[in-house]
Design a protein around this ligand. Structure first.
Ligand code: NAP
Length: 515
C-alpha cells in the first residue's frame, strides 16, 4: 500500500488521523492511503509567503518560464509511470491517461513560452500610459504586480495531473508560490506528480507545497494577498465562496464548477456533410473520453425535431462501437468511473434523468461484478424543457438528446437554460444562424465553438481546453476564468494605477504587455 504524503515547509509529512483508502477503479483493491490530519496549514501558508514568494519575485518572467519548461520535461520523463498510475487509481485507458498527463506537460510548456516572450521583467504593464494633466508631465500607467501571498489550489478528482499543473503554471509564471490540494479519490497521480516536482529540485524552496488529504483549516489562515482557485462541484464552490474568513479578508476566489455543456446541430446540416461527421465524432468522444468525467463534456445534445430518429440512430451505432473494459486492455476505449462515490452518483443521476426520458442505449446497471463500469448512456428527452436536463449534471458517460425546432431563437433559449456553461458547440454551414446563436448564448458561456465544413478537418474538439484560450464560465460554471495565455496571470497579480511624473513612470513601467 502506497502512503501519499503532504509536502509542506520543505518536508514530506504523514497525517496523524485515519487515512482515506484509494482503490483500483477496475478491481476495487486498495492501492494507497491518504491523510493530511495534523498538517500545520498556517505554517504552510507562512512558508509560501515568506520563502517561496520572495524567491519567485526575484526572477524575471523569462526565468520563471525556464523553470516551467524544466518542470514540463521532468514530468514528461515519468510519463509511462504516470499513465500506469492513472490506469489503476483513476480507471483511465491509455488515451485518457495521456490526455491528463500530456495536458499537464503541454500547459507547462505553453506557459514557459509565454514567459520567454514576456522577457526580463517581473511585472506587466497593462495597456498604454495616459496623459492625465494639462501636459504630458502628469502621467498614468496601469501595471500588474505579483501578489505577496500564496495561490491555494483546490482541485477536482478528474484531472489529477493537468488540473493541478495548469494552475501551477499560471501562478508560478506570475511570481506567486502555490499550495496544491488534489481531489482525494485520485490523489495517487497528483501525489506522484508532486513528488516528481519536488525531487527534480527545479523550483526554489517554498514555491510548491502539496496537501494530500482534507484541506483541514487551510482556508481559515488565508489572508488578503493569498488567492483561492477552486475546481469542483458547484455545491462545494458555493460553500468555499461563502467561507467567513475568505470574505473577512476579501481573498480573491476563482471558481471552476459544473456545466451542462451543449452541442447544437443546425437544421441545415445534412447527413453527408463533414460537419455532420464531426458532430457525431465530437459528441461520442465527449461522452466517452475519461468515461464522461470531463468538465467540458457535452450533456445536452440539441437536434432538430424532424431529425431526431436518424441522428439518434447514428449516435447509438457509434456508441455501440466503444469497447468498455479494463483500462489495461489495448482494445478498451472506455474504462470505469474513478471511484465508488462517482459510480453511485452517476447511477442515481441516470435514474433521475430516466424519469423524464427513455434510454436509447446504456443505463444505470453495472457492467461487471467488480469495478465501477457503466455503459455509455444516451437518453432521449420526452420534453426538452423539463428542468432536470438543464439543472442536473450527471458526471459520467451520459448525455441526452433534446429535440428543438431548428430555429436560432429556440436554440438560444434552451441552451441558456443551463444557467451558465463552460462550452457550447454549434454545427452549421449557415453563417447567419451561427452568428445569431453565438450572440445569443455568448453572455452565458466561457467558450463557444462553431463548426462548419470549411474547418471540420482542422479543428480541435470542443471538449479540449487550450492554454492560450480562456477556460471557465458564468453562473453555474462558477463565474471564474483561467488560462487564456497571459490573461491567466491576472488572478495572481494586483492591478495598480501608478500616477505621477511621466519621466519616472513611463521609463520604469511603460510599454504594453504582449497578450
Ligand atoms: P468536489 O466534490 O466539489 O471536490 C472538489 C475539491 O474540493 C476536492 O479537492 C475536495 O476534496 C475539495 N473539497 C470538498 N469540500 C471541501 C471543503 N469544505 N473545503 C475545502 N475543500 C473541499 O468535486 P469533485 O467530485 O472532485 O469534481 C467533480 C466536479 O468538478 C464536477 O461537478 C465537475 O463538473 C467539476 N469540474 C469542473 C471543472 C472546471 O474547470 N470548471 C473541471 C473539472 C471538474 P476531497 O476530494 O478531499 O473531498
Amino acid at each position: 500500500m502506497i502512503t501519499c504524503k503532504s509536502y509542506v515547509g520543505g518536508q514530506w509529512r504523514s497525517g496523524t488521523g485515519t487515512p482515506a483508502i484509494l482503490v483500483d477503479a477496475s478491481t476495487e483493491e486498495p492501492i494507497a492511503e491518504v491523510d493530511a490530519t495534523g498538517v500545520d496549514m498556517a505554517a504552510a501558508l507562512a512558508h509560501g509567503r515568506e520563502v517561496g514568494g520572495p524567491a519567485l519575485r526575484a526572477l524575471s518572467f523569462a526565468e520563471r518560464g525556464a523553470l516551467l519548461k524544466a518542470l514540463s520535461g521532468a514530468i514528461y520523463e515519468h510519463r509511462e509511470e504516470l499513465i500506469d498510475l492513472s490506469r489503476t487509481n483513476a480507471g483511465c485507458t491509455r488515451g485518457d491517461a495521456k490526455f491528463d498527463i500530456d495536458g499537464a506537460t503541454g500547459t507547462l510548456a505553453a506557459y514557459a513560452s509565454f514567459g520567454r516572450k514576456l522577457g526580463d521583467r517581473g511585472f506587466l504593464s497593462d495597456g498604454d500610459g495616459l496623459q492625465l494633466g494639462r501636459t504630458a508631465r502628469f502621467w498614468g500607467q496601469h501595471i500588474r504586480v505579483p501578489r505577496h501571498g500564496v495561490g491555494v489550489h483546490i482541485n477536482a478528482f478528474n484531472f489529477p495531473a493537468w488540473g493541478q499543473m495548469e494552475k501551477v503554471a499560471c501562478a508560478l509564471l506570475a511570481g506567486v508560490p502555490v499550495i496544491e490540494k488534489p481531489g482525494t479519490s485520485t490523489a495517487l497521480v497528483a501525489w506522484r506528480v508532486a513528488e516528481i516536482v519536488v525531487e527534480s529540485g527545479i523550483l526554489p524552496e517554498g514555491a510548491f507545497q502539496f496537501i494530500c488529504g482534507s484541506a483541514g483549516d487551510l482556508l481559515d489562515h488565508m489572508r488578503a494577498q493569498d488567492t483561492l482557485a477552486f475546481t469542483g462541484s458547484s455545491g462545494t464552490g458555493a460553500k468555499l465562496r461563502g467561507h467567513a474568513n475568505l470574505i473577512a479578508h476579501n481573498v480573491p476566489v476563482n471558481l471552476e464548477c459544473d456545466s451542462l455543456n451543449s452541442a447544437v446541430l443546425g437544421a441545415d446540416v445534412d447527413a453527408s456533410s463533414e460537419t455532420f461527421d464531426l458532430f457525431l465524432q465530437n459528441v461520442v468522444q465527449d461522452m466517452t473520453q475519461k468515461t464522461g468525467q470531463k468538465c467540458t463534456a457535452v450533456r445536452r445534445i440539441f437536434v432538430p425535431a424532424d431529425r431526431v430518429e436518424e441522428v439518434s440512430a447514428e449516435l447509438v451505432a457509434a456508441l455501440g462501437r466503444i469497447v468498455v473494459g479494463l483500462p489495461s486492455e489495448r482494445e478498451s476505449r472506455m474504462g470505469p468511473l474513478a471511484s465508488a462515490a462517482q459510480f453511485a452518483d452517476v447511477r442515481a443521476g441516470i435514474d433521475q434523468l430516466l424519469q423524464s426520458s427513455t434510454a436509447l442505449t446504456g443505463g444505470s446497471a453495472p457492467l461487471r461484478d467488480k469495478g465501477f463500469f457503466l455503459a455509455p448512456t444516451l437518453l432521449l428527452a420526452k420534453d426538452a424543457d423539463a428542468d432536470v436536463f438543464h439543472s442536473d449534471e450527471v458526471f459520467g458517460p451520459v448525455a441526452s438528446v433534446l429535440p428543438y425546432s431548428g430555429e436560432a431563437s429556440e436554440a438560444i433559449r434552451l441552451v441558456n437554460r443551463g444557467g451558465g456553461g463552460l462550452v457550447s458547440s454549434l454545427y452549421s454551414n449557415d453563417a447567419s444562424w451561427a452568428e445569431e446563436v453565438v450572440q445569443g448564448i455568448a453572455p452565458w458561456h466561457g467558450r463557444v465553438w462553431v463548426a462548419n465544413d470549411r474547418m471540420a478537418s482542422q479543428s480541435l474538439p470542443p471538449g479540449m481546453v487550450l492554454p492560450n484560450m480562456i477556460h471557465g464560465g458564468p453562473g453555474r460554471a462558477g463565474g471564474g476564468e483561467e488560462l487564456g495565455g497571459v490573461r491567466g496571470l491576472a488572478f495572481y497579480q494586483q492591478r495598480v494605477a501608478v500616477q505621477g511624473f511621466k519621466g519616472t513612470i513611463h521609463s520604469a513601467f511603460g510599454e504594453s504587455a504582449p497578450e
